[in-house]
Design a binder for this molecule. Structure first.
Ligand SMILES: [Zn+2]
Ligand SMILES: [Zn+2]
Ligand SMILES: [Zn+2]
Ligand SMILES: [Zn+2]
Ligand SMILES: [Zn+2]
Ligand SMILES: [Zn+2]
Length: 264
């Protein structure tokens, strides 16, 4: 899958922001977190020298001739008082602005209205690196088979149990280049490998360790590693199809007979 551009404006050409390589070094076990760079504002419009009265072009907002100072922005000319945020009407002549569908917006409104929001903290993702997840297990789809997408601030994409971010915090602060730790999706939430194993993998009733991707047997209302299910008396592994139970403990046939005799 190729990295996608946000629908927001193309960064100002002189911007030095470069998206990091899209593929993490450590391939996650599931899901492909993508790091992105949020959209950058356009620089404040360059002030134009005042043309003589009557020789200016028409203002793109009010359609009247511009007699005094001219603001050049978005391939148009404006009266300084007419070049304002399309949402709050703040003057944009001297500040960085954002363009959306041909209309200018102030920094605040652009992000409030159009920026992606972090799935964790729900605030707009403003001018910093962020992660996009479109793992179908984690995000689901919209019912038409279209994969949904979730965005997170770098440090807000973390294990649902221990809270450890999947990106190394030491590498953050704009220097993150590659994806971080692996994660596993369980019932729609991401977990670090350690938490996933300790929370979601069955535990062997014998050695108490998790049973991870290996054969196990079920006996005495529990799961056991092959080899951990042993005769209580001689401690030899026993066959789960052929054992005897006494006081909640398992015995092979020989030891079971000895046990019964000892109880007489
Ligand atoms: Zn005007
Ligand atoms: Zn505004
Ligand atoms: Zn966040
Ligand atoms: Zn964890
Ligand atoms: Zn075991
Ligand atoms: Zn035995």
């Amino acid at each position: 899958m190729a990295p996608q551009q946000q629908s927001a404006p193309v960064p100002f050409p002189t911007s030095t922001a470069m998206p990091p390589p899209p593929v993490p070094v450590n391939q996650p076990m599931s899901g492909q977190p993508r790091q992105r760079t949020a959209s950058k504002p356009f620089a404040a419009p360059a002030p134009a020298s005042a043309p003589s009265i009557g020789s200016g072009a028409a203002c793109a907002t009010c359609q009247k001739w511009i007699g005094g100072r001219v603001v050049h922005a978005m391939s148009h000319t404006f009266h300084p008082d007419c070049f304002v945020c399309s949402h709050c009407s703040e003057a944009l002549e001297h500040v960085a602005f954002y363009e959306h569908e041909g209309r200018p917006y102030c920094h605040f409104d652009f992000h409030e209205l159009f920026s992606k929001r972090c799935f964790h903290c729900r605030t707009p993702i403003v001018d910093q690196r962020y992660i996009t997840i479109n793992d179908v297990e984690l995000v689901g789809n919209d019912g038409t088979g279209e994969t949904q997408e979730r965005c997170y601030h770098d440090m807000h994409f973390f294990c649902a149990n221990c809270g450890d971010p999947f990106l190394d915090p030491k590498l953050a602060n704009g220097h993150v280049r590659f994806g971080g730790r692996e994660f596993v999706v369980h019932k729609g939430y991401p977990y670090c490998e350690h938490c996933h194993v300790s929370l979601h993998k069955p535990r062997c009733k014998g050695c108490k360790n998790p049973i991870i991707d290996e054969e196990y047997l079920t006996a005495l209302r529990g799961k056991w590693h092959i080899g951990c299910f042993c005769c209580e008396r001689c401690q030899h592994p026993i066959d789960s199809d052929n054992f005897f139970v006494r006081d909640g403990q398992a015995y092979d046939e020989e030891c079971y007979k000895i046990k019964l005799r000892s109880e007489l």
